[in-house]
Design a protein. Structure first.
Length: 559
């Protein structure tokens, strides 16, 4: 028997323990720490090689998840059994291929690569070259909700736009994060043929240019439509560059404002307005494309109420991670992703078992409950985007999303933080569910991070589905331990590193708290159970920005 077969058998045997072996009641199944441990240890094992999107290791993880769905008697909701295959294109930049030539006053100025600028690969073309006039567009933001239009009175059709990183300081962080994400879309919609993003002194303080440069050679990925074209790509955009402000002075020579004037406005907290620049530029780059596919794994427990069974509570957890580390100097090369996100998938599988047990005891949910193990989260929420764009049931029938991503199970948490709680009635649901187990629901302790826009649920939110995403709070039940410090230490030392593995977490923190993983599952089950059984489906709150732009009628503003 191979090591993999033994490991799969041991883990699956934990997950299939008879319901009668634990203390349960028909009204409330009990989460099991041992099952969560078994799932997590399997998914975070070295044999899965970090579960990179499109890799054999991720497909092993997906097969394990599908096997557990099947053992629970859940119905398959993919087009290939439990699998929904996401076609994708991985792209890499040809080394040293990007060029940036500025044409000004009859002279050609070559901008140094990669010291002064860099560029990512193109998902649409293997070779790109574009020459056009430049237009400065400030931050490049448009929002009817916030009265912003950086393109007002500017003609950028057929032009290359130059935009600042960041956003006005007075914008709410979550809304700002959403608007930052669609900057390229806003430029393309107005006919731009290229985008130059200006790295500012403010950005340098948060993320130095050299740090961003480190990621430029990493492959990127986009999912493909049925016709083979890239979803969300804009054919009119033919070039892009990320430019350090110290090399940007020539762009603004002889213009109505100097670069120093613009930087002074930023320092004063002002938002510069746009204007045409008296220069043009040529941008070129070459990319290598590789086609691949990777599965979302989808199952459903049918609802028991004929009038509500065609509505769905959707649980999501991403099963992918980063694969093998690129650091050749380290002996530990597997990004195991024990907490990111083997822990979330483990909690989701145990939550699915609890719902199946309740149904077997005649106490099944009135609404149907869908469980989705998503791929490509680490590549930009790709699997969630593909699922939301190609849903197995109409999006209008998905009443809520409960997302499970990286619960930090390293201390006995006394509170939870529900991202999304301020946007819909799900906030009250979370508070009631947590209170049942003497756990508090705390406000977001780091709103500047805009975490609500940084995990898979965000893609369902953009389709109008209210969502909530729980993390362990910063308060520990151990008076001698500060939960926030443990949480911060994990992010500083293990997050997105090969040290997010069971052995290291045990050595550094004394072990993963599977008992509190069970408590976390219990709370998340209670959230979904209430949603599934209430007569009324969750609603967006009237003052929610996301409810306004995504959950409103067709006349609502979209930004």
């Amino acid at each position: 028997m191979t090591k993999f077969t033994m490991l799969a058998g041991i883990a699956l045997s934990f997950s299939l323990l008879a319901c009668g072996s634990a203390s349960t009641t028909p009204a409330e199944p009990q989460a099991r720490a041992g099952a969560i441990q078994a799932h997590l240890e399997f998914l975070a094992d070295d044999l899965l090689e970090g579960r990179d999107t499109g890799s054999r290791g991720h497909e092993i993880a997906s097969a394990y998840i599908a096997a557990n769905y099947k053992a629970l008697g859940l119905e398959a909701y993919g087009e290939d059994g439990y699998y929904q295959w996401m076609p994708a294109r991985q792209t890499r930049l040809v080394p040293n291929s990007p060029t940036f030539t500025l044409h000004t006053n009859g002279d050609d100025i070559e901008i140094a690569y990669p010291k002064a600028f860099f560029s990512g690969p193109s998902a649409t073309h293997k070779e790109q070259s574009v020459q056009a006039e430049l237009v400065f567009v400030g931050y490049g933001l448009v929002s009817e909700s916030f009265g912003l239009d950086d393109y007002a009175d500017l003609d950028v059709d057929g032009k290359i736009v130059v935009m600042l990183t960041g956003r006005p300081a007075d914008l709410p962080s979550e809304a700002a994060a959403h608007l930052n994400r669609i900057k390229t879309e806003l430029a393309a919609e107005r006919g731009a043929v290229g985008v130059i993003t200006l790295h500012t002194p403010e950005r340098e303080e948060v993320r130095p240019f050299e740090v961003s440069l480190m990621y430029q050679n990493a492959p990127s990925m986009r999912w493909l439509k049925e016709d083979g074209s890239v979803f969300g790509a804009f054919d009119n955009l033919q070039g892009g560059a990320y430019l350090h402000y110290e090399a940007a002075e020539p762009l603004f020579e002889n213009s109505e404002q100097s670069l120093q004037n613009i930087l002074a406005q930023l320092e004063a907290g002002e938002s510069p307005t746009g204007f045409a620049l008296p220069v043009s530029a040529t941008l070129t780059r070459e990319s290598v494309h590789q086609e691949m596919k990777s599965p979302n794994v989808i199952a459903v427990l049918p609802g028991s109420d004929p009038e509500l069974a065609d509505e769905y509570v959707v649980y999501t957890a991403h099963s992918d991670h980063l694969g093998l580390a690129q650091d050749m100097s380290s002996d530990n090369k597997v990004n195991n992703g024990a907490l990111d996100n083997a822990s979330g998938v483990a909690v989701m599988l145990e939550t699915a078992r609890m719902f199946a047990e309740a149904a077997a005891n005649g106490n099944g949910p009135r609404r149907s409950v869908m469980f989705v193990a998503l791929t490509g989260e680490e590549k930009g929420l790709l699997g969630a985007d593909y699922f939301a764009e190609n849903p197995p049931v109409p999006v209008s029938q998905m009443v809520a999303n409960v997302n499970l991503d990286m619960p930090v199970l390293l201390y006995p948490f006394a509170d939870v933080v529900a991202f999304g709680a301020t946007h819909s009635t799900l906030g009250d649901v979370v508070e009631r569910a947590a209170a049942r187990y003497d756990i508090k629901s705390s406000p977001d302790p780091m709103p500047e991070q805009a975490i609500f826009t940084r995990s898979d649920h965000y893609m369902l939110v953009t389709r109008g589905i209210p969502a909530v995403f729980l993390m362990t709070g910063f308060t520990s039940q151990d008076e001698d331990e500060e939960g926030g410090e443990v949480w911060g230490q994990f992010f500083a030392e293990q997050y997105h590193r090969p040290t997010d593995d069971v052995a290291t977490l045990t050595e550094v923190y004394g072990g993963i708290r599977y008992d509190f993983g069970a408590l976390f599952a219990q709370i998340n089950f209670a959230i979904g159970d209430e949603i599934a059984n209430e007569d009324k489906r969750p609603e967006w709150l009237p003052d929610s920005y996301f409810g306004t732009i995504f959950g409103g009628d067709e006349n609502s503003p979209r930004h």
